[in-house]
Write a protein that binds this ligand. Structure first.
Ligand SMILES: N[C@@H](CCC(=O)N[C@@H](CS)C(=O)NCC(=O)O)C(=O)O
Length: 246
């Protein structure tokens, strides 16, 4: 049953279509909170014109020579628009707090922990993982999206995507960096003897952010995903959360 929330996600040629770690964070949060929503998929080249046409402010500040002005995810809840995955999560947690029928998105007031995890994942996992996965992204997209992704990333990275793809030796080193980053998460998970979540027995947005990144890595570099899943803590976390990816 479509509810009053509309969720704007990036169009792809995949089945199922969801793939972006940024928008998966929002999808996971909506599913975790069991909120009904309708998804609108937008092709990359239409994101700016669509969001600008809806009267929204840019998601990023200028200059735009190395980053887009407008990004997804965005949600509309009634009359309220919210953009940026973290801001959306904070909004949803406030608007849809824990109740006997609903879990807390940030159990035990863990917004600060979730912010730290967002930064950690970006610096230690996503930044190196992009070097492995980026060249594959156009193969997942609709034709217009793929052409846009190639052109904009060439402009922002300063090299064609094919050249961004490193040699097999470099790739092996990057994989080690990504796995080190993920190992850091496994160690944090181990710190909670009552696991399997970063908050112990309670799942929350910190965990969902890990799952969004893991889902992206699974598609972008399956070898790294397989190795990371050899960690019993990571495997347990994945198995506990994967249903919310759908
Ligand atoms: N930190 C932001 C990042 C959002 C982001 O970069 N989204 C990408 C989609 S994966 C986007 O919309 N890019 C627009 C473009 O490349 O033109 C968030 O988590 O919301």
């Amino acid at each position: 049953m479509p509810g009053k929330i509309t969720f704007y996600d990036v169009l792809s040629a995949l089945d199922p279509p969801q793939w972006s770690s940024n928008t998966l964070r929002t999808r996971l949060a909506l599913n975790f909170l069991q909120l009904p929503y309708t998804t609108v998929f937008i092709s990359y080249p239409d994101i700016e014109s669509t969001l600008c046409g809806l009267g929204l402010e840019p998601s990023n500040p200028p200059p735009y020579d190395k980053q887009p002005a407008y990004t997804l995810p965005v949600i509309k809840d009634g009359d309220k628009w919210v953009s940026g995955s973290f801001d959306i999560a904070v909004y949803l947690a406030k608007q849809y707090p824990a109740s006997p029928m609903r879990r807390a998105l940030f159990p035990h007031n863990t917004i600060p922990l979730a912010r730290l995890i967002a930064g950690y994942l970006n610096d230690k996992v996503l930044t190196p993982a992009r070097k492995l996965a980026f060249p594959r992204v156009p193969t997942w997209l609709d034709d217009r999206g793929a052409a846009y992704f190639r052109a904009t990333r060439q402009q922002w990275l300063g090299v064609p995507l094919e050249e961004y793809y490193s040699s097999p030796d470099e790739q092996a080193k990057i994989r080690i960096d990504v796995l080190k980053g993920l190992d850091g998460i496994s160690k944090m998970l181990k710190d909670h003897p009552n696991g399997p979540f970063l908050q112990g027995e309670d799942c929350g947005y910190s965990d969902l952010q890990v799952i969004a990144v893991m889902a992206w890595i699974r598609r972008g570099d399956p070898d790294t995903w397989n190795t990371a899943m050899e960690s019993p803590e990571m495997k347990q976390l994945w198995e506990a959360c994967e249903a919310w990816l759908a």
